[in-house]
Design a binder for this molecule. Structure first.
Ligand SMILES: [Zn+2]
Length: 84
């Protein structure tokens, strides 16, 4: 084997190593970010009308006086907004 081919082989091995190493780091970064985002949507919030706990991501929301409130159903949301 000529020295040039050994160098090319070494570069290819280095690139392969970088590719495998790069995959590990890029897959872990969005994984952490995605996990945090998922947790935010899974937060339990109290319905101020019927006082049941609902998952934030699956609840109805309404903004009143700059604060966001979450409701289990449209009826609770409507009752809350009808209150002064
Ligand atoms: Zn409710």
């Amino acid at each position: 084997m000529s020295p040039a081919r050994i160098i090319i082989l070494a570069i290819l091995l280095y690139l392969l190593y970088r590719l495998l190493f790069g995959k590990k780091t890029t897959s872990s970064r969005p994984g952490v970010g995605g996990q945090l985002e998922k947790d935010e949507h899974n937060v339990l919030v109290e319905d101020p009308v019927c006082h049941t706990y609902v998952v934030q991501g699956q609840s109805l929301s309404a903004v009143k006086d700059g604060k966001t409130y979450y409701f289990c159903c449209e009826e609770c949301r409507r009752k809350f907004l009808e209150q002064n």
